[in-house]
Design a protein around this ligand. Structure first.
Ligand code: SF4
Ligand code: MG
Length: 336
């Protein structure tokens, strides 16, 4: 599969009154054509900043792209001027946000919003755009599509609004869709419907997807690959099978444990990782997860673990995988 997007050593900071917040630190990953990649982690771990960087939607100052490359079809987007980015945004890469109300114009009918996008990006006549708009709403499963075009955003339910957002994102036949927590605001059954729809459309159109979520549970359904982020860094990555069958980083293990299960006793409380992520104004010198990690060793506090291949395509940044750690652990066992 051809590489569509390749992020290399991305570093993004926010310059605040308190100092430099290092929100994204040395992030690298790639997305192939037709691949669905999940970026998972707690809020504030740098997922959305990474996604918005791809769209160059972070404005400077106070956001600053410190280092790295975002290669789209081999072309680095970071140095591109805004007029060039405008040709890519919404056309080749589109984005779906968590709250459709904030991205839809409340004072404009859904049809006008769809048609406007179609006319602008695809240079089609209004009459053809209208036909297209009806087809798009039908594709995302909105009943009575033609009459719904006359409705305003508030006349749709949350799930239907998110379908409209997907229709708008699809309007220009993008090569990549970035969906930032697209179902978080919806209730569970509607969430499942929207995710199933996204998966179906992705299969039909061979569009690549980056799905950003704090909920590892929604990933298995839709995605091929998982990137786990913590404190602005990638701490583990691999195929969905690899991550689900053998999570290796203690943080990923914690996220896995916090997925609600069907067989769970209703009275049992959901696991949550104790503590909170570190302050990115002053990230820890060693492993960022050290203060919360139940496996932490002395080395973890002072030395930063790099991402290393652990098996197949799976990479993890944790001293536990270091051959010396294994040897040290074996020695401790021997001594006892
Ligand atoms: Fe835990 Fe150490 Fe691994 Fe960090 S490097 S996740 S502190 S065991
Ligand atoms: Mg976010």
């Amino acid at each position: 599969m051809e590489k569509l997007l390749q992020i290399e050593n991305l570093n993004v900071s926010f310059n605040t009154y308190g100092g430099e917040v290092k929100a994204v630190r040395g992030v690298s990953f790639s997305v192939k054509k037709g691949e669905a990649v999940a970026i998972v982690g707690e809020s504030g771990c740098g997922k959305s900043v990474t996604a918005k960087s791809i769209m160059k939607l972070l404005t400077a100052p106070p956001a600053e792209y410190k280092e790295g490359k975002i290669l789209f079809h081999g072309q680095d987007l970071l140095p591109l001027p805004e007029n060039e980015m405008k040709k890519i945004r919404g056309n080749k890469i589109s984005m779906i946000f968590q709250d459709p109300m904030s991205s839809l114009n409340p004072t404009s009918r859904i049809g006008d919003q769809l048609i406007e996008g179609l006319v602008k990006h695809n240079r089609m006549s209004r009459a053809i755009a209208l036909q297209h708009a009806v087809q798009l709403l039908e594709r995302v499963g909105i009943p009575h599509a033609k009459s719904r075009l006359k409705h305003y955003p508030h006349e749709f339910s949350g799930g239907m609004r998110q379908r409209v957002m997907i229709a708008i994102a699809l309007a220009c036949d993008p090569e990549l869709i970035i969906a930032d927590e697209p179902t978080t605001a919806l209730d569970v059954t509607i969430q499942a419907q929207v995710l199933t729809l996204m998966k179906k459309l992705q299969k039909e159109t061979n569009t690549s997807i980056i799905l950003i979520t704090h909920d590892l549970g929604v990933v298995a359904e839709v995605c091929d690959k998982v990137i786990v982020m913590y404190a602005g860094e990638v701490v583990e990555s691999g195929s969905v099978e690899e991550i689900f069958s053998n999570p290796t980083h203690p943080y990923t293990k914690g996220l896995m444990k916090s997925i609600p299960r069907l067989d769970m006793d209703r009275s049992s409380r959901l696991y949550s990782i104790v503590g909170s992520p570190p302050d990115l104004l002053d990230p820890p010198k060693g492993c960022s997860f050290y203060p919360r990690c139940e496996y932490a060793m002395k080395v973890c506090k002072d030395y930063h673990p790099e991402l290393e291949l652990v098996s197949g395509t799976q990479q993890s940044s944790c001293w536990l995988h270091h051959p010396m750690a294994q040897a040290a652990a074996a020695k401790v066992r021997e001594d006892h």
